[in-house]
Design a protein around this ligand. Structure first.
Ligand SMILES: Nc1ncnc2c1ncn2[C@@H]1O[C@H](COP(=O)(O)OP(=O)(O)OP(=O)(O)O)[C@@H](O)[C@H]1O
Ligand SMILES: [Mg+2]
Length: 284
């Protein structure tokens, strides 16, 4: 579906490459996430993949074409949800979706159904200029689905949404995946990455610093911490260990055997913990 080899990109007039030597592959039917802090280059990379920024070096093949040489028919097969979606503010949500539908040669879906799916049915007749940020985000998301593309690019689709609307969108992303669509998802929300992605690329300062499945990332750092407490001479004593070491922790084993253990808690690594330990950077 997507093959990226040794790609570099600098914005016009800038000296330094914003994207540096990026390579990866995305297979059909998978959700591939770019996870990284603000300014890492996620949106820039997304714009390269969608043919918006074409002055890159290296190779970017999307649906079998070098994106630099894409034709307008390229957009019949991909759906793009931009980080800051643009609409015609003087037109209603429904008019906007109808207009964008008219740009496709292929069959499009009923825009009212999409609006209803993201809780905008009642707002279909309102001008987009009166929409809140969250409403525009949801409208931008459904716009990318109008022509049922097989490949979807979603740039921070849930950012700035309340939990209920974020959940709606995540469920819709899962439905798209189940329907066999391939999805590229940009986020700095590690929970979204964990929940939705088959593969995650950690991106910092324009470079991929690690690439794996969310599960493998978590297992790869198997230092799950364990906190326990026990009673000794009527006093509560608190200690910590790691899951791997626990069986060899004499204090723990004695407390367990003597029935003096009073509590035990484990703290599994989150994807964010792994991100920080691998990149030396936080996600915010
Ligand atoms: N049009 C532009 N011209 C010059 N520099 C730009 C332009 N757009 C982005 N940049 C710079 O490129 C770098 C990467 O920006 P990008 O928007 O790709 O980051 P991001 O990972 O998407 O961040 P965020 O999580 O905040 O959306 C930043 O240093 C940014 O200032
Ligand atoms: Mg961005």
């Amino acid at each position: 579906m997507i093959s990226v080899k040794n790609v570099y990109y600098k914005y016009p007039g800038m000296k330094k490459d914003i994207i540096q030597d990026i390579s990866f592959q995305v297979n059909q039917g998978e959700v591939f996430g770019f996870l990284g802090p603000s300014g890492a280059g996620k949106s820039t990379l997304q714009k390269i993949l969608t043919g918006v920024l074409r002055e890159y070096r290296g190779n970017v093949h999307v649906l079998g074409v070098e994106v630099k040489k894409r034709k307008s028919s390229f957009y019949e097969n991909i759906g793009v949800d931009f980080e800051f979606p643009n609409f015609y503010g003087k037109f209603t949500a429904l008019e906007n979706l109808k207009y964008f539908s008219s740009l496709y040669e292929k069959q499009t879906v009923d825009p009212m159904e999409l609006l209803e799916a993201v809780g905008l049915k009642e707002d279909a007749g309102k001008k987009v200029s009166s929409f809140s940020k969250g409403m525009k985000m949801r409208l931008g998301f459904v716009r990318s689905l109008l022509h049922e593309p097989k490949l979807l690019f979603l740039d921070e689709p849930t950012s700035g949404l309340d939990p209920a609307n974020a959940r709606t969108l995540k469920n819709m992303i899962t439905i798209q995946k189940k329907a066999g669509k391939t999805i590229i998802l940009t986020t700095h929300n590690m929970r979204d990455a964990e929940e939705l992605c088959d593969h995650v690329a950690f991106i910092v300062d324009g470079k991929i610093r690690a690439l794996d499945t969310p599960q493998a990332f978590q297992v790869s750092r198997s230092n799950t911490k364990v906190f326990y407490s026990y009673l000794m001479n009527g006093q509560k004593i608190e200690k910590s260990s790691t899951l791997v070491q626990l069986g060899k922790d004499d204090t723990f084993m004695t407390a367990l055997g003597s029935g003096m253990l009073t509590s035990i808690h484990s703290k599994e690594q989150t994807l964010e913990d792994v991100f920080i330990s691998l990149t030396g950077r936080g996600l915010q």
